[in-house]
Design a protein around this ligand. Structure first.
Ligand code: BJW
Length: 248
């Protein structure tokens, strides 16, 4: 749907002239593809307790229950496709010399849309990790069988290749996110409630390093007050429009 975003001219000029651009995305960017968000009215955390399903303790306590939840989410995700927001971000990669997409999303939709310079901060739901050998493997089986699934190499237990609460992010991935954030001239933050650390701090870090920060969200967030432009609307309509503005 067409809509005009209100973005100051000097900001448009800065974006168009920028070479190093970062976008950070969250669950809201996949919402228009049919992926549930975590917080908010229909969010996953309304019906499920994160402590029971998305912590290492929960997995130690009941791996089958945790895997059942992931199996359900994988089944929900399997038929879904990227939306206009994902495609606009994938297009941006060819518009700037250095464009990095940092995502908190685990659904794999950015890669499906064509984003290649991608940092998946919280892992990917389509990969498993062997608890014995750390082997990370793609697994697209829907539904999973057996449940819980086993490592195809050593037969040991595997877990979802996802960062749960209380777990540290992969240090190389975090370094990549921090490095690109510090270099950014423009930092676009889209579809995240900016509640979960360390991702929530990246926009502030970019701003401190002199970047122009642009937020895209359907509602205000804790970082809305510090950004240079807060574009209220769905990422599926605002991001393509942002791309059009850059191209003019
Ligand atoms: C739209 C839209 C549309 C809708 N268009 N917009 C410092 C201070 C306090 C606590 C901590 C801290 N450092 C670390 C912590 C602990 C914890 C944390 O941050 N807790 C907070 C909740 C307080 N962080 C961690 O544990 C992290 N680990 C870590 O830092 O290790 C070191 C450490 C540990 C412990 C203490 C100190 C240091 C790991 C975080 C892992 C997060 N994992 C999850 C779940 C994985 C499970 C799974 O997916 O299977 O990742 S949590 C969940 O939240 C998921 C998401 O990636 C993440 C972010 O959510 P997101 O993407 O923002 O989604 P929502 O739903 O919150 O928001 C959607 C937004 O979209 C909303 O704003 C809507 O308005 C908007 N929207 N439709 C545009 N169409």
């Amino acid at each position: 749907m067409e809509r005009n975003i209100n973005i100051p001219k000097e900001i448009v000029r800065s974006i168009a002239g920028a070479t190093r651009v970062i976008a950070l995305t969250g669950a809201g960017v996949s919402a228009e593809s049919g992926v549930p968000t975590f917080r908010g009215e229909d969010g996953l955390w309304r019906n499920y307790r994160a402590e029971d399903l998305a912590t290492p303790e929960a997995f130690r306590r009941d791996p089958k229950l945790v895997w059942e939840w992931y199996d359900w989410r994988r089944t929900l995700l399997a038929p879904l496709a990227p939306n206009a927001g994902h495609f606009a971000l994938a297009e941006m990669e060819s518009r700037f010399d250095d464009f990095t997409l940092i995502t908190q999303n685990v659904d794999g939709l950015h890669r499906m849309a064509g984003s290649a310079n991608l940092v998946e901060m919280h892992g990917n739901i389509w990969y498993t990790r062997c608890l014995r050998e750390g082997d990370v493997r793609e697994n697209r089986d829907v539904p999973l069988a057996p449940l819980p699934p086993l490592c195809t190499r050593c037969g040991g237990m595997v877990r979802p290749h996802i960062v749960w609460f209380g777990e540290s992010l992969d240090p190389d991935i975090l370094d990549r996110a921090l490095f690109s954030t510090r270099q950014a001239q423009v930092f676009i933050v889209a579809g995240t409630s900016a509640m979960v650390q360390p991702a929530a701090s990246l926009a502030g870090m970019a701003k401190q390093n002199g970047a122009i920060v642009i937020e895209v969200n359907v509602e205000p967030t804790p970082i809305s007050g510090m950004v240079d432009a807060s574009l209220q609307g769905s990422s599926g309509s605002v991001l393509p429009e942002l791309l059009r503005i850059i191209d003019v």
